[in-house]
Design a protein around this ligand. Structure first.
Ligand code: ADP
Ligand code: ASP
Ligand code: MG
Length: 406
């Protein structure tokens, strides 16, 4: 008998029929002798719908109120799923993030989980209930405010709960059969990976492969939670995300990721003197904006620098404002914003021991006349910022170049 956390994403609970199908799977898992804790997302499209409603009220809705609003989507599916499990013949109880004891920091709309008081979950499981928890949400210490965990945050709820209650396995049910060499909805030839290391999955996720939320992978890696990604639409074996083993190292490139949620901010003609970058990026950090790439070019006379950086598109207006104010203070000429960009990345732990991946990537993009605006590399990835309209093409040709098709 095992203790299993099963997370069902938006499409998996997108209709009443889908919720009933989820309940069947949950009850079957329980009848096989396992204890099951379920984490659910909002019905597909629901979170976007709520965001849209807020923006019809005001251009800049307050983040606390956004959390009150957005957390409602998961509350609906948790109650409906608990009802469906009961109807399918098993005791069930739904819990909100607060009731499940999920404590976060106070950063609304992208809160971090600080701790989980899992006793209520554990007690309900011991009493024979299937516990259905609303994903994506928590409360601040003392329970005074509801928070949400950032887009895709139900994955994090599931992994964190699995760690807290010491589950044997965390299953992430979604609308694809597992983790592929790239998004199978863009490249039909993409191959499903039987196994992927935490580290590679972390790179893929943080570079845009939304099949798992980045922080959920970080959490799984830190607490060594075995995660299986699989489909709620069939019984195919999924992908195991676990510690690296030797056969993983033999593959140079294991996947291609893309991220369309990118914007590039350029501060033009900043006087080139010590402390300028520190001031600029301190201001950005104080606004809770997460920076991805940074590039600085010094003019040939060494007097001025252009500093470019990328941020999530959702933070681009805020970044523009902060950088604009800073530019004035620093005596820079102006600030430019470009939102029609994306990032494509090639990932693989084998890059540690194989050279030439970056050159092959650049050559492939060049062969298709795709211009590169920014480049960043690490031990196990190469990323390029390109024009948004070339994203799909770039992903397809890179997938081909690195021989990832089945
Ligand atoms: P859920 O609503 O279940 O959380 P998401 O939409 O967040 O599902 O994530 C699943 C989607 O992730 C897939 O439909 C697919 O388009 C996308 N995706 C991107 N990269 C990959 C990849 N490498 N492998 C599998 N899916 C991927
Ligand atoms: N409903 C939230 C979102 O759409 C959280 C999730 O689905 O994981 O981002
Ligand atoms: Mg998701």
């Amino acid at each position: 008998m095992a203790l299993i956390v099963q997370k069902y994403g938006g499409t998996s609970v997108g209709t009443v029929e889908r919720i009933k199908a989820v309940a069947q799977r949950v009850v079957m898992t329980a009848q096989e002798g396992n204890s099951v804790v379920v984490v659910v997302s909002a019905m597909s499209g629901e979170t976007d719908k709520l965001i849209n409603l807020a923006h019809q009220i005001t251009a800049a809705p307050g983040e606390r109120e956004m959390d009150m609003l957005l957390s409602s989507g998961e509350r609906v599916t948790s109650a409906l799923t608990a009802m469906a499990v009961e109807a399918a013949g098993h005791k069930a109880i739904s819990l909100t993030g607060r009731q499940a004891g999920i404590i976060t920091d106070t950063v609304h709309t992208k809160a971090r989980i600080e701790k989980i008081h899992g006793d209520r979950i554990t007690k309900a499981v011991q009493d024979g209930y299937v516990v259905v928890i609303a994903g994506f949400q928590g409360v601040t210490e003392g329970g005074s405010d509801v928070t949400t965990l950032g887009r895709g945050g139900s994955d994090l709820s599931a992994v964190a709960i699995a760690a807290a209650i010491k589950a044997d396995l965390c299953e992430i049910y979604t609308d694809v059969d597992g983790v592929y060499t790239t998004d199978p909805n863009i490249v039909p030839e993409a191959r499903k990976l039987r196994k992927i290391s935490y580290e590679e999955m972390l790179e893929l996720a943080s570079l845009g492969a939304k099949v798992l939320q980045t922080r959920s992978v970080e959490f799984a890696m830190k607490y060594n939670v075995p995660v299986v990604v699989r489909s709620s639409f069939n019984n195919n074996p999924g992908t195991l995300v676990a510690e690296e083993d030797t056969d993983m190292e033999n593959v140079v490139v294991s996947g291609i990721a893309y991220d369309k949620n990118q914007a590039k901010v350029t501060v033009v003609d900043v006087p080139d003197k010590p402390g300028v970058a520190a001031q600029l990026f301190n201001a950005i950090a104080s606004a809770n904006i997460i920076i991805d790439m940074i590039v600085q070019n010094i003019s040939s006379d060494g007097k001025f620098a252009d500093i470019s950086f990328t941020v999530p598109k959702t933070d681009s207006k805020k970044a523009l404002e902060v950088a604009g104010a800073m530019a004035k203070e620093l005596g820079a000429k102006r600030v430019d914003l470009r939102e029609d960009i994306s990032k494509v990345s090639v990932v693989g732990v084998g890059m540690r021991t194989h050279s030439g991946v970056a050159a092959r990537m650049f050559q492939t993009l060049a062969d298709h006349s795709i211009n590169i605006f920014m480049i960043s590399t690490s031990e196990i990835k190469v990323s390029c910022i390109i024009d948004l309209k070339f994203t799909e093409l770039a992903v397809r040709v890179l997938h081909d170049t690195f021989g990832l098709a089945h």
